[in-house]
Structure formats: C-alpha cells, structure tokens
Design a protein around this ligand. Structure first.
Ligand SMILES: Nc1ncnc2c1ncn2[C@@H]1O[C@H](COP(=O)(O)OP(=O)(O)OP(=O)(O)O)[C@@H](O)[C@H]1O
Ligand SMILES: [Mg+2]
Length: 370
C-alpha cells in the first residue's frame, strides 16, 4: 500500500502484469505511453507493493541521470540491492569495489569498481544469485530509452540483454520510458539492442473512475464537494494528463475560495509560463513549428500534395518536397519531441503537456500568440 492518499490504485493492471510473469507467459514487458501519464507512479505505487506482497524482491531503477556510466551506476544499484535483500554478502564484493561518498553520476551514493571491467562480472554474478532465490525477482527499469542515446552504453546494453535472457524464468522486467520514439529505437527497430525482447503493452489511459476517486478524496480531505462531471470535462480537455488534474484538485483543496474555473485558468497559465516549452518552441525552425501545430491538431496524411502545398504557402515558398518534410520530421523525432503512432504516417507530440502548451498558444484562450 502507498501512503499517498491521492494515488488512484491501478491494482487490476498490476495483477494482470504479475499474473503474466507468474505463469511464465512473459518475462519482459515494455510500457509504451506518452509522457506524464503515470508510468513511474504505477511502477512505484502499484507494481512494487503488489510484488512485495508476493514476496518478490523488487529493484526500481531509473536511467534518467546515468549519462554514459550506465554500466557502473546500474551495477552499483544492483550490488546495493543484492546486499539489502540478503542475496549476497558485502564481503563478496569487497575486493572489486570500494565504498564511496557520492557515486559517479553524483546521484547514487554507493560504490565504485576498482576496475570498470569487473562491473560486467558482478552483473552476471548477482543475476545468477537472484535467479537461485525461491521467489522471482522484479526489475523496474524506468527511462530506459536513455540507454539508446549514447554509443558508450552499447556494450552494457548487450550484456544486460544477454544476462536477462539467461535468467528470464526467474528475473522479470518491466521497461518504461517517456519517449515513444526512444523506446522504439530500443525495442522495435530491427537493429535495436532489445529487438523483440519484451512484449509491448499499451499503458491504459486513466478511466473516468480516476476522477471519481479524486472527488472522493477531496471530500474526505476538505468536507467540500466537487462536481465530477465538470472535472472530467477538464481532464479530457487537458489530454487526460493525470498530473494536471491532480494538481488542479490539490489547488482547490488548499484554496477554498477558488472556483473550479479559476483554478483551471491558473493551471493553464502556469503551463503557458513554463520556460521549458517556450525554449523548445524558440529553438525550432519555422517548418518544425508549423508541423508541431499540424500534428497537435491531429491532422493526418502530412505528406499528401494538398498538405505540402498548404505548408509551402504558409512558409511563403513555391513547393515543399517530400524529402524536406521527411527530414524535418526525422529531426523532431531525434529530439524526441514527436513520436510515430502505430498507424502508418501518424505522428504524435511525445509530451502531452507540451501538446497542451501548443494548444493554448495556437488555438484557444486569451493567451493566444499566433
Ligand atoms: N495513479 C495515479 N493516481 C493519482 N495521481 C497520479 C497517478 N498516476 C500519475 N499521477 C499524477 O501524475 C503525475 C505524473 O505521473 P508519473 O510521473 O508517474 O508519469 P510518467 O508517465 O512517469 O511521466 P514521465 O514520462 O514524464 O516520467 C504524478 O506525479 C501524479 O501527480
Ligand atoms: Mg516517469
């Protein structure tokens, strides 16, 4: 159980996943979902507690800050985990590793390998020891697409895949990441390091019941009532980003004199003021900006003659070639701003809050810029 009262438990989904692992139906899953949809929260507050209840040791690890040192930082975390769960003793590692104040990435205080090559041996040994345990082990590997960004991590990724393959009956993995394009590069392209390793599962969007849950918790916390229907409408308008609707409700709880509409307006203003999005926008070319707007509007068949003509007109040029358009899309994908949708020729904005930002800036409201 989690102590976060606002958390909407997704127990059914967690049970389904654990069931697939337990039955041996699968050993690795990849959650494809846009950013900010609640993947990390699901791993930490639903998946981990459920696996613990089944006596599985669980390691959550985010590759977000590992940079080029994935091998060392991940293996250090694994060493810590092996000791904590009493799978191995510290003495086993003593010769190869020294304890240090702050780890390589500055994030992970812990261990340093005397010789970096020993990280690989250590990785194998720990996985082997985990596999011998009476219960299965669950690895929750978040932001895993980061590994694809740097060539230096190539050998580590290959080693990880090999060792996970060997022990797949006992060591189960959930991979998630915030960039669909990045995950595709890790798992779906034919030359991807984890090609066809995990089964892709779409991460379901929050149902209406999530809103009912927020209304109930709001009532419990404040003894005031919220109208579920209007909250649901706002949630849909905000592209179902759980983080936004939750901060709206928290804001209402903290400020009893605010109306729902005022809180919504404040929230959108905060979003618009987000410098991160303004910077991405300013660093994009005019054609990139036009494409972002087009994709945000949900338009399809971007390569059709009519679409290209319309874009060319907006750019003030005679013609926009298919190859020019393709290379611009490629650049947006490389920057992980845009991802491909499963249907051919469909694209989406990776971060739904950036999509909300573009919508606010281009389409509606008094803040409209262009
Ligand atoms: N089950 C839930 N119940 C209540 N709130 C949730 C839930 N899931 C997500 N949220 C809200 O949404 C926010 C974002 O969730 P989370 O960080 O898990 O998303 P994410 O998909 O991991 O995003 P990113 O891809 O950017 O890492 C949380 O901080 C929380 O406020
Ligand atoms: Mg996350």
């Amino acid at each position: 159980m989690t102590s976060d009262i606002w958390h909407y438990p997704r127990t059914e989904l967690a049970k389904q996943v654990l069931g697939m692992f337990e039955s041996g139906l699968s050993s690795a899953l990849v959650f494809f979902a846009p950013r900010r949809m609640g993947k990390t929260e699901f791993l930490l507050k639903d998946m981990r507690p459920l696996a613990h209840r089944h006596h599985w040791p669980v390691l959550y690890f985010s590759f977000l800050d590992v940079g080029v040192h994935a091998k060392e930082v991940f293996t250090s975390a694994l060493v810590e985990f092996a000791i904590e769960t009493k799978v191995m003793k510290w003495e086993k590692f003593q010769k190869r590793i020294k304890k240090i104040e702050a780890g390589i990435s500055g994030v992970h205080a812990g261990f340093e390998f005397r010789d970096p090559n020993e990280a690989k041996t250590t990785l194998k040994e720990i996985m082997q020891a985990l596999a011998k345990q009476p219960h299965k082990t669950l690895l929750l590997l978040d932001e895993v697409q980061i590994l694809a960004l740097d060539e230096k991590n190539k050998y580590f990724v290959a080693a990880l895949r090999t060792v996970l393959d060997i022990y797949k009956d006992s060591i189960k993995v959930i991979f998630t990441g915030s960039s669909q394009e990045g995950l595709r590069r890790m798992f779906s392209k034919s030359d991807a390091p984890f090609f066809h390793f995990g089964q892709n599962l779409p991460f379901p969007e929050m149902p209406r019941d999530f809103i009912e849950h927020l209304v109930t918790i709001f009532h419990r916390a404040t003894h005031r009532n919220l109208d579920a229907e209007s909250l649901w409408k706002i949630f849909l308008k905000m592209n179902r980003v759980p983080q936004l609707i939750r901060s709206l409700v928290e804001r209402l709880a903290l400020h009893p004199d605010l109306t729902v509409q005022q809180a919504e307006k404040q929230l959108l203003q905060d979003l618009i003021d987000d410098r991160e999005y303004a910077t991405i926008w300013d660093n994009s070319s005019v054609l990139e900006q036009l494409l972002l707007k087009t994709i945000t509007r949900g338009e399809k068949e971007l390569f059709s003659e009519a679409k290209r003509l319309a874009l060319a007109q907006k750019l003030g040029i005679d013609e926009l070639s298919v190859s020019m358009l393709q290379s611009t899309i490629r650049s947006l994908k490389r920057k992980t701003i845009v991802g491909s949708l499963p249907e051919r020729g469909g694209y989406s904005i990776d971060d739904p809050n950036f999509k909300n930002w573009i919508e606010q800036m281009t389409m509606g409201g008094e803040n409209k810029l262009f």
